[in-house]
Ligand binder design. Structure first.
Ligand code: ADP
Ligand code: ADP
Length: 226
């Protein structure tokens, strides 16, 4: 079954830039899927359109059986992790992780339990009362992942989540993401402009160019030399 189906998906920004151009793509249930391509090819726009943070100008997006094209982000059962993590600086780690649960009106006690449990799974158990400014880049990245995981979304959307980490932390984070994906089996769409990263992480890769999919396949298929 397809977790995410995009049909003739088009996004034209108000300034006339056609960031997605009748794009067709299917992502399978449980897949770790990388979107690869040069800056400006439309990767972030595609992710934001799946999340509902951008409205499609044309075409459809399905998540599972549901047509979500007209649904707001909160009703799509997806969680997105941003490049800069977008943590709330004035909130503790615990409150950052629990924030989406608060939006969903989960009661205080259950939120605290869920935040603590998720933090433990990600090795953040000792950091619950800290604020983001008191954490390393790698720890902030884990908090952003924990916040995304706490709601048990059907789909994870990651926009270059490793790009702010140094080389050593990035390697560690790759291993960590891969393990998480294997254990949770959540469909994950991962944006990167780094070929090595796509190769190391992805079950399949789509190479984008000018708002379209130029090529899609397993890492071996995409990177095979002619
Ligand atoms: P990528 O993530 O691959 O770098 P983007 O999706 O960010 O690509 O951008 C695709 C195209 O859309 C680029 O030409 C970019 O300048 C343009 N674009 C992105 N966001 C906006 C926006 N909010 N308003 C207008 N144009 C945008
Ligand atoms: P990336 O390449 O990582 O997608 P960018 O630096 O291209 O990031 O874009 C950063 C932010 O600026 C994004 O929110 C994007 O939507 C917005 N943006 C990009 N291009 C334009 C543009 N031409 N007009 C308005 N906003 C834009």
């Amino acid at each position: 079954m397809s977790a995410i189906t995009m049909r003739e998906l088009t996004k034209v920004y108000p300034n006339g830039v056609r960031a997605l151009d009748a794009l067709d793509l299917e992502i399978a249930d449980g897949e770790f899927f990388a979107l690869l391509g040069p800056s400006g090819c439309g990767k972030t726009t595609l992710l934001r359109t799946i999340a509902g943070l951008e409205t499609a100008s044309g075409g459809r997006v399905h998540i599972g059986e549901r047509d979500v094209t007209a649904l707001p982000p909160g009703r799509r059962d997806v969680a997105m992790v941003f490049q800069d993590y977008a943590l709330f600086p004035h909130m503790t780690v615990q409150d950052n992780i629990a924030y989406p649960l608060r939006i969903k009106k989960v009661d205080r006690r259950a939120r605290a339990d869920k935040a603590a449990e998720t933090a433990d799974e990600l090795g953040l158990g000792a950091l619950l009362q800290r604020r983001p400014g008191q954490l390393s880049g790698g720890q902030q990245q884990r908090v952003a992942l924990a916040r995304a995981m706490a709601c048990h979304p059907q789909v994870f959307l990651l926009d270059e989540p490793l790009s702010n980490l140094d080389a050593r932390l990035r390697l560690e984070a790759r291993t960590f993401l891969k393990r998480l994906q294997r254990e949770l089996g959540v469909t994950t769409v991962f944006v990167t402009h780094d070929q090595a990263e796509a190769l190391a992480l992805a079950d399949r890769i789509a190479v984008m160019e000018g708002g379209r999919i130029r090529q899609v396949g397993t890492p071996t298929e995409v990177f095979r030399r002619p």
